[in-house]
Design a binder for this molecule. Structure first.
Ligand code: C2E
Ligand code: CA
Ligand code: CA
Ligand code: CA
Length: 279
């Protein structure tokens, strides 16, 4: 028995060591990846539900890792957030999204205004130079700030609640719009929410998924939409994959949608073409 316990301990420590090594190498790869331009953005269309008109895109980060291939954010954002590397990555994302918007605006000045959503991480939102960073990127790229929508999760806003009101106000003063992301996964109350200067609310895809499972879940989504409207916010549903979900969300009064039913995230050039088809 003692022998067995020893083995088990050995297996356990080996696994821990293995995980620590993987972490360390990912951390080092992230640093190199940032230096070597291995990150890029893809863009997923957001549509108006009543007529499926394209109204904007959400920018989503990807990593073309030199040996592991294409990595999705779930595989590196959590570690980047832990190590603080998310600050540099986040700056890249904002810079890249604004440059892309600037290029599109310059090449196609005749198109209808559409927005570009950028996800902000918790650390980025709490960082002291966020406002200055946003201001300077907007200024340097020359885009109109109203074209940029910042997606900040409900959890992030609640974690930094004392500073959040002031910070969001300053971002709004720069002309940006603000979206509360992954809504429904945090614990905010209505009275709390109304203090924050927000423009729209994104229903997390887990709710869109659950909606089909039971009538109770559909009622939860109905409540979220009605809460949003009471607060004067538009609602974007994410992860819409089929027409049944689309129909239900439309019936519930949800204004905008995003999901594989309409389009997957795509490279900048495809997004630009998509935008031109709409115009
Ligand atoms: P999110 O902000 O909730 O973004 C939506 C995610 O849902 C994206 O995954 C998108 O590809 C995926 N999605 C869209 N439509 C559908 C659908 O119909 N079905 C399914 N199953 N999925 C759909 P992605 O690109 O893997 O990003 C995952 C998360 O990583 C994002 O969730 C966001 O929290 C984070 N993330 C992505 N890009 C960035 C970034 O530039 N900065 C930061 N801080 N976080 C990012
Ligand atoms: Ca988002
Ligand atoms: Ca989500
Ligand atoms: Ca999210």
């Amino acid at each position: 028995a003692k022998e067995l316990g020893g083995d088990r301990f050995k297996v356990f420590t080996e696994r821990m060591l293995d995980q620590a090594m993987q972490r360390m190498s990912l951390e080092r790869d992230l640093r190199q990846g940032l230096a070597n331009d291995e990150f890029f953005l893809v863009y997923q269309p957001v549509l108006r539900m009543k007529d499926r008109q394209l109204v904007g895109f959400e920018a989503l980060v990807r990593w073309q890792h030199p040996s592991r291939g294409l990595l999705l954010p779930g595989e590196f954002i959590p570690l980047a957030e832990e190590t603080g590397q998310i600050l540099e990555l986040g700056r890249f994302v904002l810079q890249e999204a604004c440059s892309t918007m600037a290029a599109w605006q310059e090449q196609h000045p005749e198109t209808e205004p559409f927005f570009l959503s950028v996800n902000l991480s918790g650390r980025q939102f709490s960082s002291l130079d966020l406002i200055e960073q946003v201001r300077s990127i907007i200024y340097k790229t020359g885009i109109s700030a109203s074209r940029i929508k910042l997606e900040i999760t409900e959890t992030t806003i609640m974690e930094d609640a004392e500073n959040a009101v002031e910070k969001l106000r300053r971002l709004k003063n720069l002309g940006l719009t603000i979206s509360i992301d992954d809504f429904g996964t945090g614990y905010s109350s209505m009275s709390y929410l109304q203090q924050f200067p927000l423009d729209n609310l994104k229903i997390d895809l887990s709710f869109v998924r659950l909606m089909e499972v039971s009538p109770e879940n559909k009622e939860i989504v109905r409540a979220i939409v009605s809460l949003a409207h009471t607060l004067g916010l538009d609602v974007v549903a994410e992860g819409v994959e089929n027409e049944q979900q689309e129909q239900t969300l439309r019936d519930l009064g949800c204004e905008y949608a995003q999901g594989f039913l309409y389009a997957r995230p795509m490279p900048a050039d495809d997004a630009r073409r998509r935008m031109l088809e709409t115009a």
